[in-house]
Design a protein around this ligand. Structure first.
Ligand SMILES: NC(=O)c1ccc[n+]([C@@H]2O[C@H](COP(=O)([O-])OP(=O)(O)OC[C@H]3O[C@@H](n4cnc5c(N)ncnc54)[C@H](O)[C@@H]3O)[C@@H](O)[C@H]2O)c1
Length: 428
């Protein structure tokens, strides 16, 4: 595995758990040192057990030595980041191409080179060209095997995936990958193969579709707020239709995370490149940006436009529960915005203090929910960690007039009202 981040580390550990010998290579020495000293660089439920078990049995190794790992391996997965380019909205492929160049230097026998990173259509062709400058065609094959695991559920998603997608223009190689995944296929995972460009496209189209579903219900929630309808009922009523399905149909903050924002942007760039207007995805991106602004306006409204000196508590700052990943979390915009308006902010997150807020004046990390909430004028439930689902607000709130803005609809509005709490939520 080239890249020992969320994808490379989880997949590497899980492939080792299936009996393979795996090298996780990363150029980040600190990360590799941590891993070799028994510490995980990321928070992911269940990961430490899989890593420890396979590290101790010597099936899983961590190294910065790419040459050694490439020479020893039959299959090489590229799992490096593909963030949004700083210049335009496309995927920045510099890490992928650098990895391909490095791999090409150390190919000593036939290798299957698999792109697990999310890459735009035809990147596989470019990787092939890069490697061809150093090694002949008979030494390697480039395959696409996009990753669909969700942070927070990554181990389960690896072991029980909805589908495994492999894109290759060579049937023999597809068979080889099918046999690598055979233990998962035996347990019921569907193996789907297509050509290389097809697999690259499946990943982007899937993420763009899921982002569309989220934005769709978020906009419906806006309408529900104006028409005195409970959006949760709409999600259930719609989701019961098997053609629609209930997942990803829960209203909340703007979508964030390390994938949807960058992947929706990148696919529209691909569309433009091939003179195809992906107008639906473009309007999803716009809707999501608007949502960030809309929810900040709503916070201001809840505080009757008096944000200055208000004590605001944010519960959960990551983009979703069970991960420490802060990339593109809507809290990254919300907290600085409120701080800039003069609010005094306390935040609590089960994965600890965040460096992203450490330099902000009047923004403080609290060690638990009670400490974070007790003096608040407004509590914002931003991430639906389980521990935020059963808070006894009556007991911990010192201020009787404290308000609660539940951005995840975790509580029943009628029950909250009956308890005498000033409770606001999304689309209800
Ligand atoms: N995070 C997710 O939930 C998820 C899910 C599906 C797909 N993906 C995709 O998988 C890819 C990786 O995502 P991630 O979240 O794991 O990224 P990440 O930033 O957590 O990890 C990438 C790692 O690659 C390392 N790296 C970069 N260049 C290297 C090189 N030349 N040699 C060795 N190591 C190198 C970096 O140091 C880093 O540790 C992205 O394309 C992403 O879109 C991510």
């Amino acid at each position: 595995m080239i890249g020992a981040g969320y994808v490379g580390l989880v997949s590497g550990a899980c492939f080792a758990d299936l009996g393979n010998t795996v090298f996780c290579v990363d150029k980040d020495i600190k990360k590799i040192d941590m891993l070799n000293n028994g510490h995980l660089p990321i928070y992911e439920p269940g990961l430490s057990e899989v890593v420890n078990k396979n590290y101790l049995s010597n099936r899983l190794r961590f190294t910065t030595n790419l040459s050694l790992a490439v020479k020893e391996s039959d299959i090489i997965f590229i799992c490096v980041g593909t963030p949004s380019s700083k210049k335009n909205k496309s995927a920045d492929l510099q890490y992928v191409f650098k990895a391909a160049k490095e791999i090409s230097k150390y190919i000593n026998k036939f290798k299957i080179i698999v792109t697990k990173s999310t890459v735009p259509v035809s990147t596989g062709d470019k990787i092939e060209k890069i490697i061809l400058t150093k090694k002949g065609k008979k030494y390697f094959e480039v395959v696409s095997n996009p990753e669909f695991l969700r942070e927070g559920e990554a181990i389960r998603d690896f072991r029980f995936p909805d589908r495994i997608v492999v894109g290759s223009n060579n049937k023999k190689i597809t068979k080889k990958l099918e046999s690598l995944y055979e233990p998962l296929i035996r347990k019921g995972a569907t193996f789907f193969s297509t050509n290389r460009r097809g697999a690259e496209m499946i990943k982007y189209a899937s993420n763009a579709f899921l982002a569309t579903k989220i934005s769709f219900i978020n906009e419906i929630a806006n309408l529900c707020e104006k028409t005195e309808i409970n959006v949760d009922d709409i999600s259930i009523g719609m989701g019961l239709d098997k053609r629609i399905g209930g997942r990803f149909l829960r209203a909340g903050p703007a979508y964030g995370g390390s994938c949807f924002p960058k992947d929706t942007k990148a696919i529209t760039v691909t569309g433009d490149l091939y003179k195809t207007d992906l107008s639906i995805i473009k309007s999803v991106i716009k809707s999501n940006i608007n949502r960030k602004i809309l929810l900040m306006e709503r916070i201001k409204k809840i505080l009757l436009n008096k944000v200055k000196k208000k004590r605001i508590t944010v519960l959960g700052v990551t983009f979703k529960p069970n991960t420490d990943d802060m990339r593109q979390s809507s809290s990254l915009l919300m907290i600085p915005y409120l701080q800039n308006k003069g609010a005094i902010i306390k935040y609590y997150d089960p994965t600890g203090e965040k460096k992203e807020f450490s330099k902000l004046k009047n923004v403080y990390f609290s060690v638990d929910t009670r400490e974070a909430c007790k003096d608040a004028d407004l509590i914002i439930i931003h991430t639906e960690w389980d521990e935020f689902k059963t808070i006894d607000f009556k007991k911990i709130l010192k201020r009787k007039r404290a308000k609660i803005y539940d951005m995840r609809n975790l509580y029943n509005p009628i029950k909250m009202k009956n308890l005498g709490l000033l409770y606001y939520s999304i689309g209800r």
